[in-house]
Design a protein around this ligand. Structure first.
Ligand SMILES: [Zn+2]
Length: 276
């Protein structure tokens, strides 16, 4: 086998080409297309070092997907409000980094429905679409509410979460294509059943801030997967530094080998070599 790249790994870049996803490994500054590797034997090798995505310091363990412990405790992007946006504390003057918050949280967000392993509700910065959906392996997606801040997206998601899941079942995701669902109909059901809560949020933040997207059509996304495994085994590079097999496909941030699956995002900031 020959080495085709090495460096600090980041989540794969994912680009929608018509309806099909094109992936590339990101190793340091280099990008290596992954789609052409499908059907071939590929080996990922963890080289034994993790360097924090923020400060570059070597860390034994990766925290919050790619950070050293001090950065995890200090950075705004590692705060609890990133996972639970309704807990945003920017207005109290306690944001870990108010200017980061201005740039990444006090900006338009979208609440969406996606079908990855069944219907789920999610949120993302408006500029992250459709990347967010591709990273999650969604086969259908539909933006349903546009809001002015990350915190507001959390409040809206909270309303919908009582009726739609907010997690992806990654095992189901890797076992096959999710059956198609009518996201438009689910949107209308949610708007009706959550009408009171939505009106309350509009009264609190303004009609301009909380906009229901009634006229958007869902998009369909196809992943480059030649075959799905019948039994799902995960590689764990912390226990065994080599993941190798015939690459069957790519979905979300997962590589699907005939020998097991691996979530590349989980290994952000690991030093990896890729062989073909
Ligand atoms: Zn650090």
């Amino acid at each position: 086998m020959i080495e085709i790249g090495r460096g600090s790994v980041n989540k794969m870049s994912a680009r929608l080409d018509a309806t099909r996803v094109e992936y590339a490994f990101r190793l340091g500054d280099a990008q290596i297309p992954v789609n052409p590797l499908i059907g071939k034997t590929v080996r990922l090798e963890y080289l034994g070092a993790i360097h924090c995505s923020h400060c570059g310091r070597r860390t034994k363990t990766s925290f919050s997907q790619g950070y050293c412990y001090p950065c995890m405790q200090k950075l705004a992007q590692c705060d609890v409000c990133i996972m639970s946006p309704e807990k945003c504390h920017h207005e109290h003057g306690t944001c870990r980094d108010p200017s980061w918050g201005e740039q990444f949280c006090m900006t338009d967000h979208v609440v969406y429905l996606a079908n990855s392993s069944g219907v789920k509700v999610g949120i993302t910065r408006a500029t992250q679409l459709p990347t967010r959906w591709l990273d999650q392996g969604a086969s259908q997606a539909l933006p349903i509410v546009r809001v002015a801040t990350r915190q507001q997206s959390g409040f809206v998601e909270d309303l919908f979460r009582s009726q739609v899941a907010d997690r992806t079942n990654w095992r189901a995701l890797l076992k096959g294509d999710a059956p198609s669902v009518d996201l438009t109909a689910i949107r209308q059901q949610l708007f009706e059943s959550c009408a009171e809560g939505l009106s309350a949020l509009q009264a609190r933040f303004g009609l301009q801030a909380i906009q229901l997207l009634n006229d958007v059509a869902p998009i369909e996304i196809k992943y480059p997967v030649e075959a799905y495994p019948t039994k799902i085994v995960s590689f764990n590079l912390d226990k065994d530094p080599i993941a190798e097999g015939t690459l069957l496909g790519i979905k979300g941030q997962y590589l699907i080998f005939d020998t097991g699956v691996i979530n590349i995002r989980k290994y952000t900031a690991y030093q990896l070599a890729v062989h073909q």
